[in-house]
Design a protein around this ligand. Sequence first.
Ligand SMILES: [Zn+2]
Length: 380
Amino acid sequence: MNKTITKLADGRELIYYDARPGTVRTAVDSRALEPVASLSEVRRDPVTGDWVTVAAHRQGRTYHPPADQCPLCPSRGGRTSEVPDADYEVVVFENRFPSLGADAPGGQAEDPLHTAAAGTGRCEVVCFTPDHEASFADLTPERAALVLDAWTDRTAELSALPDVRQVYCFENRGAEIGVTLAHSHGQIYALPFVTPRTARMAGQAAEYRASTGRNLFEDLLAAELDQHAQAVAAGDLDHDRVVLAGEHWTAFVPFAARWPYEVHLYPNRRVPDLTALTEAERAEFPGLYLDLLGRFDRLFVDPGQTVQASPTPYIAAWHQAPSGDDRPGLDELALHLELFTVRRTAGKLKYLAGVESGMDAFVNDVSPEAAARRLREVAR
Ligand SMILES: [Zn+2]
C-alpha cells in the first residue's frame, strides 16, 4: 500500500491510499478556503453518564449538492473538489465540518452535575472510489482491501493522538439514514471519550468474566458456531442465525437483534482492533464483506425484479476496543463490524419512535432467525 500525505488549502490533512507502490500524487488544492475552527464541546449527562457532543458550528455544512458540485469526486475539467487530484483510489481527509476538532476550546469541569470538556478529536471522511455512482458493494475485492488498509492505518494513527480514547470507522448509506452526500463514502471519528454502547459492552463483558471466568465475545461466537454446526448436521436451519461462515470470519444475526436486518461480522480469533488482524484474516475480509453488502441490496427485491427501487439504506459500524482508559472490561472487547438496515419491508422504514428514542428499548418486527434465513436466501 502506498500512502501520500498532503494538505488542503485550509490546512486540513488529506491522505491518498494507492494499491500500487510508487504512485505519485502531487496535485495542489487551488481553492481559496478559509480555515474552519471546530467549536465543539463534550458534555457529560449526569443522569445517564453518557457523553454528548455539542457541535453547533456544523449547521452550515454541505447539504445534498447537485452531482456536478460533488465535493468527493476528483478535481477534473476545471472543477475543484475536496480531492485535488484528477483521480484517486482511496482517499481520507479531515472533515471540513467536524463534530470534533484538535482546536476545540477547552470546556470546564465545573461541578459533578455539569462536567464538560473540549471536543478534541478528529473527524475524517473516507472516499472508497472516485466513481460518483458506485457504492461499496460495487467495489472490487482489491479496492475493498485497500479500504481495509486505510481504516487500519487511520486506527493506528488516530489512537496514538493525545486525548483520543476510541477510533470509530463507519459508513452511512442512503438518504433514509441521513446521508447528505450521494457519493459513496465513510467516516472516521476519533473520540475523546468511550462511547455509551462500548461502555455498556465493556460492563457486560466484565460481569461475564466475573461470573464465568470466561470471555463474553469468545463464548458468544463459539455458541453461534456450535448451533450452526448442529443445524447443518440435522438439516434443520430454522434456528440457525449464522449467515456466512468463513475460515477466519463469521457473520451472524444476533440473538437479540435490534434492527429488522442486522448482521455482526467477527474475526474467529478475538482481537481488540483492526491493527491486530493477521494477513490471512485481512485477505479473507473483502470477499465476505462484499458478499454481505450484496445480500443487503437483494433483501427487498421481489422475485421477478432484478433491482429494488432505491438501494437498501444501511449503517456499517466497526467496534474497536478503546485505548488509554482503565475501565473494567475494555480489554475483554472484540473487534467486529455491525451492519444493519432501518428498512423492514420494501416500502417501510423502522423509525426510532417513543419506545426506542424515549427509552432505548427496541421493538424488532422481524425475528432474528427469519432475518438470518432471508439473508441466506439472497446469496448470489
Ligand atoms: Zn461524486
